[in-house]
Design a protein around this ligand. Structure first.
Ligand SMILES: [Mn+2]
Length: 375
């Protein structure tokens, strides 16, 4: 039996990292993922889709969003959808649907167990009221294959009245085979006890530059001996990259652009998820890229961020650039400079009340003012 585990789609979120038109478009793409995942499930004989919370960014979502969700569920009567609410989407529309699809299963503040063939799927939405009771009384039939859905931040031990913290220690020895978690936006897994494991699939698709890397869902395959194997399935339509480019000692925008282009083209990173290795290759035209310039750049260097960004931005779905370079000032160069410029640099450099970053910022500003007549 095949089951998909996903979480944290955050549909209809603000997507502040993007300009308004792209944010609108991305929200549609994120919603279309519901159809794409459902089609994948249908094509691959997946019996159930588990969404472990924060499917929506808010308790209210657009009418368009709710209608696409409901019609997609109705179009796939052979797939069962198990949708748990998270801290972002408490009281979402699914519980109050006038005509709830028969293949949609939701959860509440008491643990509910649904039988999916040989597998028991149990979920509960924890809050400050029910959290103590849940950990004190939670029980499963250890003779069954048990998947448990919860939403929250895993922690070693119990923090009182913190419904958003999941104390893994409290869930040991309770007969859980697979703890299907949501809340953390990057893939994470670990051992729960001698029997079970816990897993965060991460968000299905990166939405901002804090969600870089490979995103997708976890596919569980449960064999006739009730052994669960996991596969991470990369599924995001677009990838998000933050790539640092060291432009130390380059003295003009064209050379920096060249260095940026080379860094982007040769980008490669290996990651391991659910026991398999994945390579994150160079960004392509469908991806979102943030270039971060680093290194020490000489005070006299010519560096124009607009020039660099404008030269690469059409190569990607969206690109931005951030300057984290440190200004390199050679005090020697100014020791004999009798101009106002030399006097200014010497004064700043010997001021012990300033940090190195402050000195660099003041010198950069001052030199610009002295040479160009403006800041
Ligand atoms: Mn959450």
């Amino acid at each position: 039996m095949k089951i998909i585990h996903t979480a944290d789609w955050h549909l209809d979120s603000k997507l502040n990292a993007l300009p308004a038109d792209k944010a609108k478009e991305r929200n549609v793409e994120l919603l279309q993922n519901f159809k794409r995942v459902s089609d994948y499930a249908a094509e691959n004989g997946v019996r159930a889709i588990l969404i472990s919370g924060d499917m929506f960014d808010n308790k209210m979502c657009l009418k368009r969003t709710s209608s696409v969700i409901v019609s997609t569920i109705n179009e796939h009567p052979d797939i069962n959808y198990y949708i748990l609410k998270g801290n972002h989407d408490k009281d979402n529309f699914l519980d109050t649907l006038e005509e709830k699809p028969e293949n949609l299963f939701t959860f509440g503040n008491k643990p509910v167990t649904y039988e999916e063939g040989r597998v028991c799927i149990t979920g509960v939405e924890l809050d400050d009221e029910n959290v103590d009771l849940f950990y004190n009384t939670f029980n499963l039939d250890a003779a069954r294959v048990n998947i448990v859905m919860l939403h929250g931040q895993e922690a070693d031990s119990y923090t009182k009245d913190k419904a958003e913290v999941i104390p893994l220690r409290e869930l040991k020895g309770r007969g859980i085979d697979y703890l299907a978690l949501g809340h953390i936006h990057a893939y994470k897994e670990g051992e729960l006890d001698s029997r079970g494991i816990y897993c965060y699939p991460g968000c299905l698709e990166g939405r901002g530059f804090d969600e870089c890397g490979i995103h997708g869902f976890v596919r569980l395959d449960i064999d006739e001996n009730n052994k669960i194997s996991r596969t991470f399935v990369p599924f995001a339509k677009r990838k998000v990259y933050e790539i640092e480019v060291d432009v130390s000692h380059l003295d003009n925008s064209e050379d920096m652009l060249d260095s940026v282009r080379k860094s982007l083209a040769s980008y490669s990173e290996m990651v391991t998820m659910a026991g398999s290795n994945y390579e994150i290759t160079a960004p392509t035209g469908s991806d979102l890229v943030k270039v971060v310039l680093t290194g020490e750049v000489d005070i006299n260097a010519e560096k124009d961020l607009t020039y660099i960004l404008t030269s690469i931005k059409d190569d990607y779905y969206f690109a931005k650039i951030e300057d984290k370079t440190i200004l390199h000032v050679e005090p020697r160069d100014y020791s004999l400079d009798e101009s106002l410029r030399g006097e200014f640099v010497r004064t700043v450099l010997k001021d012990d009340t300033l940090s190195d970053e402050e000195k660099a910022a003041i010198i950069q500003c001052g030199i610009k003012a002295l040479t160009e007549g403006k800041v």
